[in-house]
Design a binder for this molecule. Structure first.
Ligand code: GLU
Length: 515
């Protein structure tokens, strides 16, 4: 039988990282087994579901490269797959048929108990040390009573009779799990015939959509026995296999939630984490390869992933690890590719503008030499080459792209603002400082444009610096003059990328601050 997995999010909020991991595990397991990955939108909660959140889901799945075989198409109209519609809100009639079947077969019944009454009951049970559950009161209503109530339009819900028994299933990650359903009362499966609820719709859909493996968060374990009893009641063969994946925990080892800050996938995308890094990070939240390796591509994971290697214990969401993984992928990039990735962040920071429309831009990039970008503050046109040189300076230390504008902003400014004290190396006097900058200026002005590169600059400046009793005396003021920063890339690299004219101009500006 062909493996069919499903990712069944509710579009009631952004796709958070925990859910993205559930999607990933379903995707990987399907791919590994040569199966089918289905995306089903569980939007039965009409008030809380929205198209905007649905769009957020789809665009993030696409960004991560988790292509689905069946489901709504990219969120727009239309869908792929023969078991649709893949949005629960479009399947009301299907559910209605099954609800009516259960009611007719007396496996479910109308319940007219009101919230206040139920609340009082629950409190009473709690005071006796019992777990709150429904007593089954409306099960005993006569046919006449029930019909009268319905005719009078009394608010009612549909309850499913949860036969008290022990249910055991074999979880692919946790092994055998047994539940005693006598502890929970009959469950509500629909608010009315048009408004079925999660435990019910999920059972109907997993059956109709021929799902073979339910891979979902551990928080759904307690739903499984209910869903299994519903399958039985509906006459669906019980061939579903379950795998409950471990909770994602915050560093404080409690379940990761909004309380710990924004955990949406969009946030990580916006901060400049690469999709391949996010995938790599997410898979390690619960899965391990059984050896020391930490770096995995999506492609590789499709071959290596297995549920046997998913552990039971909670998986801690460690941002430092994500930074480390992201840094690794950033370093793998060719510097032009990295520059292209950094451009949106420079634009966002108000440092760069793109000229022309997309078509022109592609043309500019193809002919390489042109200047498809403008430095906003100076109006200067620049090419990708220049940006590539700038990002290359930070490639080794960058953890995420959003850090880049702040690190490199001095390349995109006309005048640098910094306190003149920053220029001072240790306790050198103002005169020594001035003469250090003058020395740099002198040496640099002799370098011909054609030889203006890191190597030459390093040779010349280092030679001079080593001749002084402390090389910082020459190199620190120069670096600050060029960058305006306490910490930055080194003076040779920066000068090489800035070019002769700007370098000399900045040294002059620094000197002017002292005079
Ligand atoms: N809609 C459910 C959720 O978002 C899916 C649960 C399941 O996979 O069965 O939590």
């Amino acid at each position: 039988m062909k493996v069919r997995t499903r990712f069944a999010p509710s579009p009631t909020g952004p796709l958070h990282m925990g859910n993205a991991r559930t999607a990933l595990f379903n995707f990987l397991f399907a791919r590994k087994e040569g199966g089918v990955f289905v995306v089903r939108i569980e939007d039965t909660d009409k008030e809380r579901s929205s198209k905007a959140w649905e769009q957020d889901l789809f665009s993030n799945l696409q960004w991560l490269g988790l292509e689905w075989d069946e489901g709504p198409m990219g969120g727009g109209s239309g869908e792929k797959g023969k078991y649709g519609p893949y949005r629960q809100s479009e399947r009301t009639e299907i559910y209605k048929g099954y609800l009516e079947k259960l009611l007719k077969e007396k496996k479910a019944y109308w319940c007219f108990c009101q919230p206040e009454e139920l609340e009082a009951q629950h409190q009473d049970q709690a005071s006796r040390g019992e777990a709150p559950h429904y007593t089954g009161k409306c099960r005993a209503l006569t046919k006449e009573q029930k019909e009268r109530n319905l005719k009078e339009g009394k608010p009612a819900v549909v309850r499913f009779i949860l036969e008290p028994k022990k249910i055991t299933f074999k979880d692919l990650i946790r092994g055998e799990i047994t539940f005693d359903t006598s502890l929970s009362g009959d469950i509500v499966i629909a608010k009315d015939l048009q408004t079925p609820l999660y435990n019910f719709t999920v059972v109907v859909d997993d059956h109709i959509m021929q799902i073979t493996h339910v891979i979902r968060g551990e928080d759904h374990i307690a739903n499984t026995p209910k869903q299994m009893l519903l399958q039985e009641a509906l006459g669906f063969p019980s061939k579903l296999q379950y795998a409950h994946i471990p909770l994602v925990l915050a560093e404080d080892r409690t379940k990761l939630s909004k309380r710990h800050g924004d955990n949406s996938t969009t946030r990580f995308k916006k901060e400049g984490y690469l999709p391949e890094a996010v995938i790599n990070f997410l898979v390690l939240l619960g899965w391990n390869p059984g050896d020391e390796r930490e770096i995995f591509s999506l492609q590789q994971l499709q071959k290596e992933f297995s549920l046997e290697r998913v552990h039971k214990g909670g998986a801690v969401f460690n941002l430092k690890r994500l930074d480390w993984i992201n840094g690794f992928y950033l370093r793998q990039k060719d510097k032009k590719a990295l520059a292209l990735l950094a451009i949106p962040f420079l634009k966002e920071a108000g440092l760069l503008e793109e000229n022309g429309n997309d078509k022109q831009k592609k043309f500019f990039l193809r002919i390489q030499k042109s200047q498809p970008y403008t430095i906003k503050k100076t109006g200067e046109g620049i090419g990708l080459e220049f940006l590539a040189e700038v990002v290359a300076l930070y490639q080794e230390r960058l953890r995420k792209l959003s850090e880049f504008p702040e690190l490199a902003d001095f390349f995109f400014k006309k005048d640098l603002e910094y306190p003149k004290e920053l220029l001072r190396w240790k306790d050198i006097t103002e005169e020594e400082l001035l003469s250090s900058l003058t020395k740099s200026e002198e040496l640099l002005s002799f370098v011909e444009e054609g030889h203006w590169n890191k190597k030459t600059l390093e040779q010349i400046l280092l030679k001079q610096a080593e001749a002084m009793k402390d090389r910082g005396t020459l190199l620190w003021p120069l670096r600050v003059a060029l960058t305006g920063k306490k910490a930055s890339a080194g003076p040779f690299e920066v000068a090489a990328v800035l070019g002769k004219e700007k370098t000399l101009q900045r040294v002059k500006q620094a000197k002017a601050k002292l005079q």
